[in-house]
Design a protein around this ligand. Structure first.
Ligand code: SIN
Length: 269
């Protein structure tokens, strides 16, 4: 099987690239990805200004997976825009999470003016912002958010820019048509499924304690734990898009460690 693929008009030599996460935050990490086998380079979710993130310890992993409550530590959008020309070997995507709609609009307004950026992934699903829920679990809020973005930002200034959304895991099957009915109103090229499974809790029985500090130990669960949920989300969106004849590409994410994991995601859509 050829591993070449495409996200809409963008041809890629392989079907694997990094998720937006802790190892694509600074220029050293991004340049390492640029020299790697990754098909493209995707940044950590950028906010309008630099953020330190949540108090440490905020990440823990073991055999079955990880828990994190990073809280979007990142260098701020100008950093990710400024370094764009240094990513010379691969398409460069920036993940965006403005925290507020107003900040997201400011970030997108700057991003569409940078021709070295090939794509953006708007993160609607971070579970780790203290005091805030995951936007993509609130259908009305998500619709309003997307409506404002697509009616405010002049995406025509960068007509080849790919626009995607990072979604949280959905569980009940009725969510997939509901989310799809919102997405199809907007020119979205791809979705990434899934972000971590929000507000899990890992407990260390030895120390009789939680393993990370923020939010009473609760954080996003990743790794092996979540692959079945990632596969199901990819499958369900793939089927729903096919049913409605929509051209939205689905990027699988979650619990991928081996070629077999990748093959299973490909089989699901
Ligand atoms: C984080 O920085 O807290 C993780 C980002 C995310 O899950 O969207």
């Amino acid at each position: 099987m050829s591993l070449e693929t495409n996200i809409r008009h963008l041809l890629l030599p392989g079907c694997i690239y990094n998720a937006s996460g802790p190892r694509c935050t600074d220029i050293k990490e991004l340049l390492k990805l640029d020299k790697s086998e990754s098909a493209l380079v995707l940044s950590k979710s950028a906010t309008l200004v630099k953020r330190e993130g949540n108090p440490k310890p905020r990440y823990f992993d073991h055999d079955l997976g990880s828990i994190n409550s990073m809280g979007l530590p990142n260098e701020g959008i100008n950093y990710y825009l400024f370094l764009a020309p240094t990513i010379k070997n691969k398409p460069y995507f920036i993940s965006v999470n403005g925290l507020t709609l107003q900040d997201t609009l400011k970030i997108l307004n700057g991003t569409i003016r940078n021709k070295n950026v090939t794509g953006i992934e708007i993160n609607l699903s971070c579970p780790n912002i203290i005091g805030k829920g995951q936007l993509a679990y609130d259908m009305t809020e998500m619709d309003t958010y997307l409506h404002t973005i697509f009616n405010t930002i002049e995406f025509s200034l960068h007509p080849t820019l790919l626009i995607g959304l990072k979604l949280p895991p959905y569980f009940d099957l009725h969510w997939y048509p509901m989310v799809t009915n919102i997405l199809k109103k907007y020119p979205i090229h791809f979705i990434t499924c899934i972000n971590s499974l929000g507000n899990g809790l890992l407990v260390d029985s030895e120390s009789e304690s939680v393993v990370i500090k923020p939010k009473g130990g609760m954080g996003g669960i990743g790794g092996k734990y979540i692959k079945p949920i990632g596969l199901s989300n990819v499958r369900n969106f793939y089927l729903e898009f096919e049913k409605q004849n929509l051209k939205i590409d689905v990027i699988g994410c979650g619990g991928i460690e081996t070629g077999l994991d990748i093959f299973e995601y490909i089989l699901c859509g």
